[in-house]
Design a protein around this ligand. Structure first.
Ligand SMILES: *Cc1c(COP(=O)(O)O)cnc(C)c1O
Length: 323
């Protein structure tokens, strides 16, 4: 059995990502593309592999490093501070704070919702890493993209690099497209990833090879504006080789149930791979279910991307997970 398809060297990545300084610290010497073997996959004549971006770093894990890289580069070269946005369980905030700490970039988060009596694990970690947290009401948060609010930020904090929530922007897409460089050589027919803002998905679409299908698994219940978002993320791009699967949100963003935890625990038992309850577990559940339902034609060579996010599991009650 093919446990490892590829080991990618640090050198290959050095050309693509941020700075040597951060790389030395963050990147493991190898990033694995690991086979997920299963009896039923043999019957269905499909194969499934996983790109282990989660192994990059427990906090700056996965897709965030890629999505953020061009913003961080800009902040470093301009010596400006970073301002970004997110909710109490945002992996995006956790990753931004950790990277900024490493590179000594001043950073501020506008956090959705009034300040709670006790901070989420994620926000505590952000604060510990030196991120300045500013809480605003959910109502006010809806207006964060409006010019008035942006002017206010400028007045209050001065010149800064603005990172939209979740990195949602063409800059984020450019960065996320770098992920495809890690697997391009291996001719996968399908690339699967979890989708929140869909910035990562758009990056994979942008960098996709002819004939390749990109499948996003929505972590949100009502991603109604998905196709509009893709238009914004990929302006002028006529790629049509992607779909958003909407059936595996388990009730909505960060919602869970027993079936999801059972799946996470049995997946870990079988493959020794931890997943996060917001994104990657829902995607994996979906992929297994879709393979079972013959969504993939025989001979499909499927790659799923473990985008990390494992720090989010720390906000769960103890004992829910066997890892
Ligand atoms: C943020 C995140 C995503 C979603 O990425 P988008 O680019 O916003 O779609 C997926 N998986 C994990 C683990 C994440 O932390």
């Amino acid at each position: 059995m093919n446990t490892f398809v590829a080991k990618l060297s640090k050198k290959v990545l050095c050309h693509k990502l941020i700075s040597m300084q951060l790389l030395q610290k963050l990147l493991p010497t190898i990033i694995n593309i690991q086979e997920i073997p299963n009896k039923s996959f043999i019957e269905k004549e499909v194969s499934l592999h996983m790109l282990r971006l989660d192994e990059i770093d427990p906090v700056v894990s996965g897709n965030k490093l890629f999505k953020l890289q061009n913003f961080i580069k800009e902040a470093l070269s301009s010596q400006k501070k970073i301002i970004t946005f997110g909710g109490a369980f945002s992996n995006h905030l956790a990753a931004t704070a950790a990277m900024c700490k490493e590179l000594q970039i001043e950073n501020i988060a506008i956090v959705r919702g009034e300040k709670p009596a006790s901070l989420s694990h994620t926000l505590k970690a952000c604060k510990k890493n030196g991120m300045q947290l500013e809480f605003i009401s959910r109502q006010a948060y809806r207006l964060i993209n409006q010019q008035d609010f942006l002017n206010e930020l400028q007045n209050k904090y001065g010149d800064h690099i603005l990172i939209p929530e979740g990195g949602f922007s063409t800059t984020g897409v450019e960065g996320a497209a770098g992920i495809a460089g890690l697997y391009r050589a291996y001719n996968f027919s399908h690339i699967c990833c979890a989708a929140g803002t869909a910035t990562t998905l758009a990056g994979l679409v942008k960098a996709s090879a002819p004939g390749q299908q990109i499948i996003g698994f929505s972590a949100l219940k009502n991603p109604d504006d998905f196709y509009d978002r893709m238009q914004l993320l990929l302006p002028g791009d006529d790629h049509k080789n992607y779909v958003l699967v909407k059936d595996y949100h388990f009730g909505g963003y960060a919602k869970t149930n027993k079936a999801l935890f059972d799946f996470m625990n049995s997946f870990f038992e079988e493959y020794k791979i931890p997943t996060d309850f917001i994104y990657t577990a829902k995607m994996m559940y979906g992929i297994f279910d879709l393979i079972e339902k013959d969504f993939f034609l025989p001979k499909s060579k499927i790659l799923c991307i473990h985008t990390g996010g494992l720090q989010g599991n720390l906000s769960l009650k103890k004992g829910m997970l066997n890892f």
